[in-house]
Design a protein around this ligand. Sequence first.
Ligand code: ATR
Length: 329
Amino acid sequence: MITRQIGQSGISVNAIGLGCMGLSEFYGPATETAEAIALLQGAVDAGVNHFDTAQLYGMGANERLLGEAFKDRRDRVVIATKFGPTRDRETGALTGVDGSEDNMRAAIEESLRFLQTDHVDIYYLHRMDQSRPIEETVGAMAKLVAEGKVRALGLSEASAETLKRANAVHPISALQSEYSLFSRDIEDGPLPAVREIGATLVAYSPLGRGFLTGRFTRENRPQNDYRSGAYQPRYGDEAYEANLALVEEVKTIAEALKASPAQVALAWVLGRGEHVVTIPGTTKRSNLDGNLGAAGLTITSAQIARLEGLAARVKGARYPETGMRNINV
Ligand code: ATR
């Protein structure tokens, strides 16, 4: 286990947490409820204490799972959730981002109810609301801290400038952004800003949504989930095979280390420094246990140099054009 701090909030977490989104949607059908709860509770027993969810994931279903799983062990877990993006409750389609105080108040009350708790440990604005100044939203979020409903504040996929402006209103403890061997764009601005303000980067999709684990092949492409449509350009026809070839290089290094590619990908993220923690997503206990093993893995500097050449060669953007408009803003 590696324990790290979430900014200056006083919250410490196992550097390898659990991203819970995939239990409810996006990566195939939702996991059956009892199985999901067993995974979450088993994760606590395995030493995981940082669980990441959002109002968006399953439109409440994901938060409800965490609520059920943790209601009798709340003091052993750090729960992070997020608000902002709005969805059509009928179709699930994303309709925008609402960082207003009214929307935040409705969201936090629903999250607390679904999570069966009186406080959230880390509360994020999930995407920036580009129709209003960040100061307004963070000012509202700061009230939740004062009211004891939230312990620490975070932003997800914010730019360096937004992060610093927000931090001037209230300490921002965490930036949650995609960060992996395949996605290093935040090194150009947001990541240095995280250090500058004394926050922590919570790296999501550290496994490239599964790509970096080596689980996908030419024949075995993700099907019938969010990665197979137009939502994930790196899995699209034009990029898929080129990216598979890059994964081969991760596999080679993993073999030399007698580790799994997933462990190599996670160990690289953790090796970036004390100001970085990560939340790989999994629905399976065996994968969770394997991922936790990354904490003990040491990669040589020559291997790191090889791994660090990969990101520049990845084909396809992190999200389609519409999604990219909400990134690093
Ligand atoms: P996200 O943060 O978006 O959840 P991620 O952590 O980069 O993305 O990757 C999550 C994906 O990697 C999931 O599809 C997960 O599938 P399972 O639920 O089947 O585990 C997959 N994954 C996670 N750990 C894995 C491992 N050790 N081996 C193979 N696949 C793994």
